[in-house]
Ligand binder design. Structure first.
Ligand code: ADP
Length: 474
């Protein structure tokens, strides 16, 4: 058994803002069959502490970044958790990253540095009797953990997974001392990023191995176009960077067993879900495809392009149902659409997201960049044809309808490139063309539903990586 500590700022179903939570929540279960015992270190947000069962304090500090803290071991939602209970850092009514003003909490560097220090203490065997063989860190919030492991002279190997390089965890240099960072490490080849401290860069430089969530995004990240200023660091570490595709949790996302929908196992079962969704959202019956979007509304997701391309879909008798929240300008842009064939729900709603994926004919993911993307995977699983931009994990998971793939009857969706409103409009027109040919369309749906999207191959890849790193550290 390899003991792995997963360090993450969110974990489904306990606390989630995006795909990172889904991955962190699914990995322990997926890895259990691979000889990996994974425990998850999470901040003690109210939702996490409230769900914790059989909690036992295994360590305490009187002053962790300005207040008392305890580490509690316990279980919730089938996960083995280590929860850092530090009310002054995590007991906040608003978002887990953003305050009421919609901006990052000013003490975010300390909030997540505390989590990373705790990870290093666990690796040192100073907290309880469970000591990890390896630490698996997720995104910038866990980026300082590999640094602290090295700083403290520990041999425990670490992996850092980049779920989205757009979030880098920057802090002013003046905070270095408080964060336990040596002045000598504030250099361009270590933690410094354009005059600031970057927690993500700390992880990129010090982790033993780096992964990202799709092979194409791993290549994208080494280019100036997608590397967000860290492409050089990643090129330097290219021998230590690999892409392991995300899977989805089939116990949560399977049309045959989904408690939020009318279950189905063939594309035909979608009709009743589509009618129910239309009724719920106040959409009339229509001749064209019902396209759905479930997404954060940010520039990354390319939904401004959809605002421009939408008339093409509506002109062909199609419909749009969108569920999302985020950037106020995008929220306002979608909310302002007054058209009988468009339904917009601003907000975050897990149950509705299932009904939308089940009831939609197609799911749209026009992202400018996309590390992996999950909603296109849900779409595949549910026979909801994904229409995606040709980038990152979207490129790795959808077999696009082209003359060749249609001739061989292997297409699972549509892809467009470049990521512009014109190209999206063309792809929407293509989607409508295909939708008018029920045989072609249902073949594509069946191909999609048969496409493997489970965790098994990726879990095996992570387990093999852990084993290699643990063996090398012995
Ligand atoms: P990202 O992590 O960049 O937001 P992903 O596609 O990897 O994108 O993951 C997004 C996850 O969040 C998916 O599980 C998606 O269903 C979910 N999600 C996004 N927005 C909403 C929303 N408004 N309501 C419900 N679920 C949402």
């Amino acid at each position: 058994m390899t003991r792995v500590l997963s360090v993450t700022s969110e974990c489904a179903p306990l606390v989630k803002t995006g795909g990172l939570a889904d991955v962190a929540g699914a990995l322990p279960g997926a890895l259990a069959g691979e000889g990996v015992e994974m425990r998850t270190l999470l901040p003690g947000y109210p939702a996490v502490l409230g769900a914790l069962k059989d909690g036992q304090a295994i360590g305490a500090s009187e002053d962790l970044f300005g207040g008392p803290a305890r580490l509690i071991a316990g279980r919730a939602e089938g996960l083995d958790l280590l929860v850092l209970d530090a009310p002054h850092l995590y007991d906040r009514a608003q978002g887990i990253y953003l305050g009421p003003d919609g901006k990052d909490w000013p003490d975010n560097p300390e909030r997540f540095a505390a989590l990373c220090q705790c990870a290093a203490q666990l690796a040192a065997g100073r907290l309880g009797d469970w000591r990890p063989d390896l630490v698996h860190c997720h995104d910038w919030q866990a980026g300082l953990a590999p640094y602290y492991l090295r700083r403290d002279g520990l041999r425990t190997p670490s992996v850092l997974t980049i779920h989205n390089i757009a979030f880098q965890g920057l802090a002013p240099m003046a905070r270095a001392d408080d964060l336990g960072i040596a002045a000598s490490d504030l250099t361009a080849d270590k933690l410094e990023y354009w005059g600031q401290i970057s927690a993500l860069k700390a992880g990129l430089v010090h982790a033993d191995h780096l992964t990202t969530v799709s092979p194409t995004y791993a290549r994208d990240l080494m280019t100036p176009e997608f590397g967000m200023g860290l492409d050089g660091v990643l090129r330097d570490r290219r021998d230590r960077l690999s892409g392991i595709l995300n899977g989805i949790d089939l116990s949560v996302w399977s049309p045959g067993t989904d408690p939020h929908i009318r279950p189905y196992t063939t594309p035909r079962g979608k009709a009743v879900n589509r009618s129910a969704l239309r009724a719920e959202l106040g959409l009339p019956e229509a001749s064209g495809p019902l396209c759905v979007v479930v997404s954060r509304l940010t520039g990354q997701k390319g939904l401004d392009l959809l605002l421009d391309a939408l008339p093409v879909l509506l002109g062909r008798g199609g419909q749009l149902a969108l569920l999302g929240s985020g950037d106020p300008a995008l929220e306002a842009g979608f909310a302002a659409i007054e058209h009988p064939d468009v339904a917009v729900r601003i907000g975050y709603d897990e149950a509705l997201s299932h009904r939308m994926i089940a009831g939609g004919d197609a799911v749209l993911v026009p992202s400018r960049f996309e590390p992996c993307g999950l909603t296109q995977l849900y779409g595949l699983r549910y026979g909801t044809v994904p229409l995606v931009a040709l980038t990152g994990g979207l490129a790795d998971t959808v077999i696009p309808a082209t003359p060749a793939t249609m001739a061989r009857q292997v297409a699972t969706g549509l892809q467009f490139h470049p990521v512009t409103a014109d190209a999206l409009a063309n792809a929407l027109a293509h989607l409508c063309d295909l939708f008018e040919h029920p045989k072609l369309w249902s073949k594509m749906q069946r191909n999609a539903m048969a496409h493997p999207v489970d965790w098994a191959p990726s879990a095996a890849a992570y387990a093999a990586l852990y084993e290699t790193l643990v063996a090398a550290a012995r």
